[in-house]
Design a protein. Structure first.
Length: 423
């Protein structure tokens, strides 16, 4: 049994000029609907009780909720007499009769299938589950590393100095088991990420990350509020829920995003094609998913380790993130069927369904992300990319100087291809 908790007691320092004594959750987004309206409408189908953790000074919030929702939702407002932070305030939940809490920051706009998130938490028997995603403001976001079972290995608190931090960011949405609230100190200001989450991970509690392509954005600054107001009218928001099919642009890595040098068996991820930044930015702005599909046989050949490959993916997404663009998901094949390389790894020397021209990675992405095939495209630079796209019934564009096939539309680079798709 669980309840929904929304944190609405923040000071709203970054948007103070918009508040006039109100909470951030009362900022109007579109057609007289406030942030809190979007939140309640996106959660009330769960039929759970709401707890609003507020500030005793925010009289307008209480009046607004009483007037609009007193007859439609079961709720309680818990007021703080002094600010305790995003973790300190949770101590107020310790005596409530629930097993866990779905907790959200009060400045979020989202379109999320929460039942899947809750199932993920229960299936992993997690102490805490974090809803995470790539975003376009990596530098001022808290990020994490996860293992192949989605367990959180490390937390990277903003601001970031390393170039190898993956663009996998905390969204402000989490699930927390009631027993872990005991760790929180009473009547002391504590931040959820800096103080509480750090302690959970350090003490090896079961903290898992739910990586989703769904729409979630914090409206915590004037710039992001304006962006959310635009997003509300777009497919980015409307098709954001995982239950909705959404179009995607599938991208090969080498020769499309990263420069290709045929002299080498492995391409340097730091050599990003300059048009890639603007091309991916357009994909992000149009609400399509940007999904990387790449063969990386250098792992099987023993040229690089799997760890090195994943580190390079982190470097790539970090570098893209510093240009305010992102990939929604990365799928790669480390296999290679031919033997005879000096340091080859036998477990990867197999014939697989994921290595292009096979389309196993594409099928996996389409299934996991619920992609609309009819409206999606693939961009590649090799015949194997085209064959994989054709098997999947995806529209295909080639890029670069090589002419794959006279019948295939070819553009100079990723930006030219993206402009062709959307114009």
């Amino acid at each position: 049994m669980y309840a929904i908790v929304i944190l609405v007691g923040g000071k709203g320092t970054r948007v103070k000029n918009l508040l006039n004594g109100k909470s951030k959750s009362e900022i109007e987004i579109f057609s007289k609907k406030k942030i809190i309206d979007y939140q309640i409408n996106g959660l009330k189908h769960l039929n759970k009780k709401f707890f609003f953790l507020s500030n005793i000074k925010l009289h307008s919030f209480k009046k607004y909720i009483e007037k609009k929702y007193s007859k439609t939702i079961d709720y309680e407002i818990i007021n703080e007499t002094k600010p305790l932070g995003t973790a300190g305030c949770l101590k107020n939940l310790k005596k409530l009769p629930y097993d866990f809490f779905l907790i959200l920051d009060g400045d979020l706009i989202f379109n999320i299938n929460f039942k899947k998130f809750i199932s993920f938490h229960n299936n992993n028997k997690a102490d805490c589950s974090l809803l995470v995603h790539p975003n376009n403001h990596l530098l001022d976001s808290d990020c994490i590393d996860i293992d192949d079972k989605n367990k959180v290995l490390k937390l990277y608190k903003k601001p970031h100095k390393s170039n190898y931090i993956n663009n996998l960011c905390l969204s402000g949405i989490k699930i927390l088991n009631k027993k872990k609230i005991l760790i929180i100190k009473k009547n002391k200001h504590q931040d959820f990420t800096k103080n509480f989450l750090t302690k959970l991970i350090y003490k090896k509690n079961k903290v898992f990350a739910y990586n989703t392509r769904e729409y979630v954005k914090d409206a915590g600054t004037t710039k992001r509020i304006n962006q959310v107001r635009k997003d509300i009218k777009s497919i980015k928001y409307k098709l954001g829920n995982l239950s909705k099919k959404i179009p995607a642009i599938f991208l090969d890595r080498d020769g499309v995003i990263v420069k290709q040098n045929d002299k080498y068996h492995y391409q340097n991820p730091s050599n990003i094609i300059k048009q890639a930044y603007e091309g991916i930015k357009i994909i992000n702005s149009k609400g399509f998913l940007a999904v990387l599909i790449t063969n990386q046989p250098a792992v099987a050949k023993g040229i690089i380790s799997l760890g090195k490959l994943n580190l390079d993916f982190a470097f790539l997404t970090n570098k893209l993130g510093k240009h305010n663009v992102y990939l929604d998901r990365i799928y790669y094949c480390p296999h290679h069927p031919e033997k005879g390389f000096k340091n080859e790894l036998r477990r990867f020397k197999i014939k697989c369904s994921c290595r292009k021209p096979n389309n196993g990675l594409l099928i996996k992405a389409i299934r996991e992300l619920n992609i609309d095939i009819k409206k999606s495209y693939m961009i590649g630079d090799r015949l194997q990319d085209y064959k994989a796209a054709k098997k999947t019934k995806l529209k295909f564009l080639s890029v670069g100087k090589k002419n794959i096939n006279n019948k295939i539309i070819r553009k100079n680079n990723i930006l030219s291809a993206i402009n062709f798709i959307f114009n």
